[in-house]
Ligand binder design. Structure first.
Ligand SMILES: [Zn+2]
Length: 217
């Protein structure tokens, strides 16, 4: 149970509701077991988190700002605000950060309209991350100096070392597959079909795959 203060009212959140097995399983199914931020598979090594895109208990625009309460308390049980995330992205990096392009547009209560907000962290469902983020080899970069790309990388730790190591190891295997796919070898057709599948949205690090092999996916 967590609590936040809404004016004079104490808002309490029941993690047994938003974190219920049925909610988590639905999110895992929709996201095909991938973390909504780093695109890594989650449940083979950990439980993963039900992440509130708009933080329920309090928010921070930046490190310079202390935790502002209440958060988006009215979205605590709103399924459209819930995503499945790995514990690293959620608990170590994103935490309560929810920076906006224009802080004066922030929805401060259930009477305000969240749709007026312009989040600097890319929305896992509504935004197309590839408009703002790309990969050079395994290294994630903000595309065309996108502020949203840069902020998303920073706030979800997409450039963390261990993630880079995992992406590189996977990429090295894909490069061998790409050589076969571009060759005249008997296996070329199967290699091309396989690479195409690996570039699909539900697959591991699929944005990196598409950025590195645009001609093959
Ligand atoms: Zn993650």
């Amino acid at each position: 149970m967590q609590a936040a203060t809404n004016g004079q009212t104490q808002v309490e959140f029941q993690d047994s509701i938003y974190g219920h097995k049925s909610v988590k399983e639905a999110l895992i199914g929709l996201q095909k077991d991938k973390c909504c931020f780093c695109q890594g598979f989650v449940t083979d090594t950990s439980y993963g988190d039900v992440e509130h895109f708009r933080p329920k208990g309090g928010y921070q625009q930046s490190e310079q700002q202390s935790l502002q309460k209440p958060g988006y308390y009215w979205l605590a049980y709103d399924f459209s605000n819930l995503f499945f995330a790995c514990q690293k992205c959620n608990e170590v990096y994103k935490r309560n950060y929810f920076p906006l392009a224009d802080e004066s547009k922030r929805a401060l209560s259930h009477t305000n309209d969240c749709l007026l907000e312009d989040s600097l962290i890319l929305h896992p469902e509504l935004d197309n991350p590839e408009d703002h983020i790309t990969f050079v080899d395994e290294v994630v970069k903000s595309r065309n100096q996108s502020v949203k790309g840069r902020e998303t990388i920073k706030r979800t730790g997409l450039d963390r070392e261990k993630l880079n190591d995992s992406r590189l190891e996977y990429l090295e295997t894909l490069r061998v597959l790409a050589i076969i796919a571009r060759s005249k070898a008997e296996e070329a057709y199967h290699a091309r079909e396989h690479l195409k599948r690996l570039g699909q949205p539900g697959r591991l690090f699929s944005a990196m795959v598409r950025a590195n092999f645009p001609d093959l996916v």
